[in-house]
Design a protein around this ligand. Sequence first.
Ligand SMILES: Nc1ncnc2c1ncn2[C@@H]1O[C@H](COP(=O)(O)OP(=O)(O)O)[C@@H](O)[C@H]1O
Ligand SMILES: [Mg+2]
Length: 642
Amino acid sequence: MMNKRSNPHTMPMRKKGNPHTIGRVIKTLFSFYPVLLPVTLFCILFSSAAAAVPDVFIQKVIAVIEKWGETGNWEAAKSEIVPTILVLIAIYVVALVAVFVYNRLMAVITQGFLSKMRRKMFDGMQNLPIRYFDTHKTGDIMSRYTNDIDTLRQLVSQAIPSLLRAGALVICVFSVMLYYSIWLTLILLVGVIFMIYVSQKAGGGSAKYFIRQQKSIGKTEGFIQEMMNGQKVIKVFCHEEAVKEDFCKLNEELNADSYRAHAYANMLGPIIMNIGNVLYVIMAVAGGFFYLLGIHNIALSFNPVFSLSIAVTFLNMTKQFTGNVNQCSQQINAIVMALAGAERIFELMDELPESDDGYVTLVNAVIDKDGKITETKKHTGEWAWKHPHGDGTITYTRLSGDVTLDNVDFEYEEGKPVLHNITVFAKPGQKVAFVGATGAGKTTITNLINRFYDIADGKIRYDGINVNKIKKSDLRRSLGIVLQETNLFTGSVMDNIRYGKLDATDEECIKAAKLVGADDFITRLPEGYETMITNNGANISQGQRQLIAIARAAVADPPVMILDEATSSIDTRTEAIVQRGMDSLMKGRTVFVIAHRLSTVKNSDVIMVMDNGRIIERGNHKELIEEKGKYYQLYTGAFELE
Ligand SMILES: Nc1ncnc2c1ncn2[C@@H]1O[C@H](COP(=O)(O)OP(=O)(O)O)[C@@H](O)[C@H]1O
Ligand SMILES: [Mg+2]
């Protein structure tokens, strides 16, 4: 049933849509619990076998009583019955222990399995490229951690053990039945095959809808999440009714899918039970006929006499057999359904991690007077790129913050180029500004420098090294980025600043805050640096959030800074204060600034005017004004950006 999903025409050619999901779940389980799992399995199978054994004993006891009825010798009967009953009790006790043990172990295994799976998902998610988050809804990803994990819980804690238990019991009871009477077994078998046929007809369809249900849940959660984030926008534009309607549609879809998924499953139980009851009657009648007509018995026990004890035992086994076959078919359906969730989890885990073939790394360095660089373990404040070459030699290049983009072309989606022929030279200590209309491609350039995305054509070099050769984490460590959208995490202001450099002392954090002009407002907060930031900084203003973000970048002290509309939410008066801090922050660093306010970029060494993914003008403020082009228009207000 799962195969239907992996239609080669609709599925991308990746590890996704694996039809062997169940095998993968089991393999993963085994890899997590190589000892506990077999022990648990053994206990499950043992307890199942123990449940079939009483049939044999009951037959024996009835046979003895039958004989006692004929002979009237109670003493002889008693000496046979008592040991049988004692053994039976012993088996029950051991089975009880087995049940207790596996239930305890199951709890350990299930919860441990889920915890490890969540961990795997989260770890994997940290390695995913930005592209993944740009193209997937947060709520849908969240739903994999909650709903889909829950289906996995049902799979591991209920469906699989129940199937094993019922399956083992079916096999045991079947063997016992063959042992007593092949004729009756065949009659029962025909009935059971009919029962399975009906259950597959009725229940088979539900798996498809269960997969749809899981997808619908993901979609609905994605929607709720998005609407929660956009609550203010919804209110401002009075979009409540429209949003309610959209939600209603999604909710109804979810309802329809869930209904179909469960309607079949619920119908199945009663149908099967009734077929089971009819079978019971048929077996009773058949057993009676066999006994009364004295039909020659064929059995694995080679007992030719079809006795009353066999007929009675068979009735008992009929219930057990049909009940457990029914269990099996239900659990198989449950497993197929749960696999829908498991697949979504594996899908997330199989997402290709951000590739990184970088081998040039950033190391602490000692640089002597004539510029010779030696690597060291100590923190010296000086850094160098360690560049191993094919012939085994290693060269070191001082980290200085020289960034060049050489004829760079880029597209997010195939066939839709966003950047054309971008060439930028930024020497250490230079301030390079990008101005241009929204959507011109300014942010995209910064996405390329830190390799959130890889370029289609051209080269980007950092200190003369192609950035593709640099290990991503080291490349990003050597860049400081402040974005327009600030993300603060739950924690104190101090913690948030320290995010830039985890081993920074309080003094370093405060120094950084002072440097960028954030100290002033922070000390005026009720608890100063210890003020808690919650919900991405909802308790402080947007401008204050940006100041903290700038301080966070400052504490990292990287040679290259990228400021993407970093001061756009700060008022002009505060900006003047921040500007002074920023100027000292920028000193000795290569800085890329993107800003709407031309006052911010005016003192840059070079200003790039961008339009539609192209650099149309370049030069410093004075040159560009003299050129009387687009920049001149912007500056004189003939063409306003803001
Ligand atoms: N993640 C993305 N996927 C696809 N297209 C994008 C993505 N981000 C930006 N774009 C497109 O790239 C172009 C440049 O965007 P951007 O660099 O953000 O402009 P800006 O100059 O305003 O910073 C825009 O047309 C935008 O639609
Ligand atoms: Mg932008």
